[in-house]
Design a protein around this ligand. Structure first.
Ligand SMILES: [Zn+2]
Length: 417
C-alpha cells in the first residue's frame, strides 16, 4: 500500500499543481516573478522546475544571465519562493496580480464592444478570418484567400497569398499564433498584411510573393478568448488520465522531434505530442510550406522577449550558413529599432544552453529547405509579457513591418527577376 501511495501521491500533486495555473478562476493573485541565473547550478535548478511541469514558465531558462519569468498561483507561491531561495536566486516581481490584469483588459474589450477588425485592440478568430475574406474581395489584384485545412475542433484554416502579377516569384511564408496566448503575434501579422495591401508596395509585391497564415493554432486561440487567456497549446485530446489537453505545437515538428527541451508528459506546457506532427494544424502548415516551393524566408511570430532567432533550436551547433542568416537578421533588427528604439537581441544557439527540439523554424530549414528561417519573439521584455496592452499593438506593428520590408527587399534583390 505504501508503495502504491508513494507512486500515486506525487502524480495527484502534480496534476493539482499543474492544472491550476491554466484555470481562469485560479489566476486571482497569481504573480509573475523573474529570476536571473548566474551559475550553472541555478540554471539547472530552473530547468528542472521547468521539466517538472508544476509552474507556468512565461520565459524559459536559456542561458546564464538570461532572465527567467515564472507565473505562480497564490497557493503555490510559498513553495516556489522557498525553492528559488534554496538556490540563492533573487526574486523580482514582474506582475503582482495576473488575474486582475486579465479582468481589466477583458472589461476594456467589453466596453469597446468592437466587432470589426482594427489594431486598437485584439480580435477573436472569427473577426480575423472575416477580415481576411474581405481583403481578398477588396484587393482581388493583390490578394487571394483559400481554405487549406481544418483544425482539430473543425475551424477552417486559411492561407492568404499576397502578390502582384502572379506567384511565380521567390516567396516569404509568415505565420502567427502557434502559441495561443501570444496575442500580439496575430495582431502584428494582420497589421503587416494590411500595410502590404494598403501602402505603396507595388514594387515589392511585383517581385516577391507573401504567404500568410495569421493564426495557425485556431482552437487554442479561440480558447484564450472563451475560457483561459493563458492557454498555450493546441486543444486536442490526449491519453492523459488527468484529462490534460493539447500539445505544444512548436515542439511537434518532425525534425529531431522530442530530443531535447520538450516533454512527453501531456500535462506539460511543452508536451511534444504523442508523435511528430500529431497536431493536425501543424500538418496543414507543413503541407503548405512543402507545396508552395520557392520559399526563401520563413517567419514565425511569437511573444515575448524581443528576440530575432535563427536555427538551430535542437542543438547549440549553428547551421553552416549561419552568417547569412545573422546578417539579414542584423539588418532587419536595425530597421526595427530605428522606429521606436525597441531593443532586440539577435538570438542564435551560440548564447543558448538549453535547446528545444521540434520547432517550426528548425523544420522549415532542416526539412522544408527554406534557407532563411526565423522565430521572432515580439514585445515586450516581461513588463506585461503575454498580456501586452492593446496600446502597444500599433507601435509593435509599425516597427516589425520595417523589419519585414528589409527582409522583402533582400529577397527581391537577391532572388527576384
Ligand atoms: Zn511562442
Amino acid at each position: 500500500m505504501r508503495a502504491v501511495l508513494s507512486v500515486v501521491l506525487p502524480l495527484v500533486l502534480l496534476v493539482l499543481v499543474s492544472a491550476t495555473p491554466t484555470q481562469h478562476y485560479a489566476l486571482q493573485g497569481a504573480k509573475v516573478v523573474r529570476v536571473v541565473p548566474h551559475t550553472l547550478g541555478q540554471l539547472n535548478h530552473l530547468h528542472q522546475l521547468l521539466m517538472q511541469g508544476s509552474y507556468d514558465f512565461w520565459k524559459e531558462p536559456r542561458a546564464l544571465g538570461s532572465p527567467v519569468d515564472i507565473m505562480v498561483t497564490l497557493p503555490a507561491q510559498e513553495q516556489l519562493m522557498a525553492s528559488l531561495e534554496s538556490h540563492s536566486l533573487k526574486v523580482q516581481e514582474r506582475l503582482s496580480d495576473v488575474g486582475k490584469v486579465i479582468a481589466e483588459q477583458e472589461a476594456e474589450r467589453g466596453q469597446r464592444g468592437a466587432k470589426a477588425m482594427d489594431w486598437a485592440d485584439y480580435h477573436n478568430y472569427e473577426t480575423i478570418t472575416a477580415w481576411m475574406a474581405s481583403l481578398a474581395a477588396q484587393h482581388p489584384d493583390l490578394c487571394s484567400m483559400e481554405q487549406v485545412g481544418t483544425s482539430y475542433e473543425g475551424r477552417p484554416m486559411y492561407l492568404l497569398t499576397i502578390s502582384k502579377g502572379g506567384t511565380d516569384k521567390p516567396g516569404i511564408f509568415i505565420d502567427g499564433d502557434i502559441h495561443a496566448r501570444e496575442w500580439i503575434s496575430p495582431a502584428v501579422v494582420t497589421y503587416m498584411v494590411n500595410q502590404l495591401l494598403t501602402g505603396s508596395h507595388d514594387d515589392l509585391l511585383s517581385s516577391v510573393v507573401f504567404y500568410v497564415m495569421p493564426v495557425i493554432n485556431p482552437d487554442g486561440y479561440s480558447y484564450t478568448f472563451t475560457d483561459d487567456r493563458l492557454w498555450r497549446k493546441t486543444r486536442s485530446h490526449t491519453d492523459s488520465v488527468f484529462g490534460c489537453m493539447g500539445a505544444d505545437p512548436n515542439r511537434n515538428w518532425d525534425f529531431h522531434w522530442n530530443e531535447v527541451g520538450a516533454s512527453s508528459n501531456p500535462c506539460s506546457e511543452t508536451y511534444a505530442g504523442p508523435h511528430p506532427f500529431s497536431e493536425v494544424e501543424m500538418q496543414v502548415v507543413r503541407d503548405q510550406i512543402t507545396r508552395l516551393g520557392n520559399l526563401k524566408v520563413y517567419l514565425t511570430f511569437h511573444s515575448f522577449s524581443q528576440l530575432w532567432m535563427y536555427p538551430w533550436g535542437f542543438t547549440t551547433d549553428l547551421p553552416s550558413d549561419w552568417k547569412d542568416l545573422d546578417d539579414l537578421a542584423q539588418d532587419a533588427v536595425k530597421a526595427l529599432t530605428a522606429i521606436h528604439g525597441t531593443h532586440y537581441e539577435i538570438g542564435s544557439s551560440t548564447n543558448t544552453i538549453y535547446a528545444a527540439a521540434g520547432g517550426s523554424d528548425d523544420w522549415a530549414k532542416g526539412v522544408g529547405g527554406v534557407k532563411y528561417a526565423y522565430t521572432v519573439e515580439l514585445r515586450d521584455q516581461g513588463n506585461y509579457g503575454f498580456l501586452l496592452p492593446r496600446s502597444q499593438i500599433i507601435p509593435t506593428g509599425e516597427e516589425t513591418f520595417e523589419a519585414l520590408k528589409v527582409v522583402g527587399s533582400f529577397v527581391k534583390n537577391t532572388y527576384g527577376k
